[in-house]
Design a protein around this ligand. Sequence first.
Ligand SMILES: *Cc1c(COP(=O)(O)O)cnc(C)c1O
Length: 425
Amino acid sequence: MTPSSSSRPFHHPQPGSALHCGRVSLEALVKRFGTPLYVYSADQIVERLGLFQQALKGRDHLVCYAVKANSALAILKLLADRGAGFDIVSGGELERVLAAAPAAVGRVVFSGVGKTVAEIDLALNAGILEFNVESEAELALLARRAAKLKKKARFALRVNPDVFAETHPYISTGLREHKFGIDIRQALQIYMSVAGSRWLEAHGVSVHIGSQIRSAEPFGAAVERVSELVGQLRSEGIVLKAIDAGGGLGIDYHGGIFDAAAKVGEYAGAIERALGSFEGRLLLEPGRFLVAQAGALVARVLQVKRNGTKTFVITDAAMNDLIRPALYQAYHEIVPVRRRAGRPRVVDVVGPVCETGDFFARDRKLPPIEPGNLVALLDAGAYGMAQSSNYNTRLRPAEVLVEGAKARLIRRRETIADLLAPEIL
Ligand SMILES: *Cc1c(COP(=O)(O)O)cnc(C)c1O
């Protein structure tokens, strides 16, 4: 019933029916939970995790889902139950893992350019798998905290391989000029300088070159450079147990023909080749690829308004609910939940927030849409709710997870009391 891994879980089972997530009608979900509403297919998330696990089954590996893409507790649990680990970038994300899947804490890697003492201590006490360390100073801090708490800290240096990956400049991270990682040319010396340390264990090396990268080649190039470093370290007597190839595998937001299994195969193949004779464990940190296409943001059309030559479709969802178009000029396909006959029109789809940047689509040719209709913004499962805010004192959407023929609320809609609670008059 659900379309294969090659497409999205959102489809019309019959030409005249409402858009469904797998086997569940979005109209039915909106009746129960209102709009704006994030809807995710658990089945697709599980299937995508399986693609990575399958592609790497010949090798010791661990898929560490990048929590920042979508940190819903129910999604973390879904993935942890199927063997995933996690890539976190804050103490808050570690708390989410501890709340959703405490037994998975030994499968957590901690990335990020600025870790506080409190975050490091939390992670040391929790017993995470690996700290991905981004500077020499951070490594020194980690050593001090580990000594203080008498906990061995397994670390990887996050190296900057100086590989260019073609993507949006805000989400490209693998060039020397970026704030991320340690120049790969300095890494050898840093590993050697802490080789005798009592509380530090050189566990691995990590790399993450950016996000929404569509071609496998830059991943191969980055891992190749990392493999060379691992070889050099070995000849100095430092044997690393893990190579963390990061995340960043992109999806097709334009809805063209997209074979997810083939994409993962190509990606895993490029990394496999670059690993050469490395016999340790491969860690991967996919975020977007696991959850983006599984999710949609469903909104109701409030008004359709003409200003001069332009037509604006105003929805009850806004940039505070999904900021990607405003932040990265990102494209999200928008489809009416119920198709109507009639001529398509060129419209802007916008939210009610008081910013000209509050748009979902500009000059987009869409089928006829009337006030009161429902529309779905597709591929919104990653960096959607996770980047939402309360700007304009808007309540963030509810979230629903669809599994087979069942749907359940995984986050209730916020209330005004939630928003005002921390404030002091
Ligand atoms: C954001 C991030 C990821 C996930 O990136 P995706 O593009 O969502 O796959 C993985 N690792 C690190 C270190 C990150 O910062």
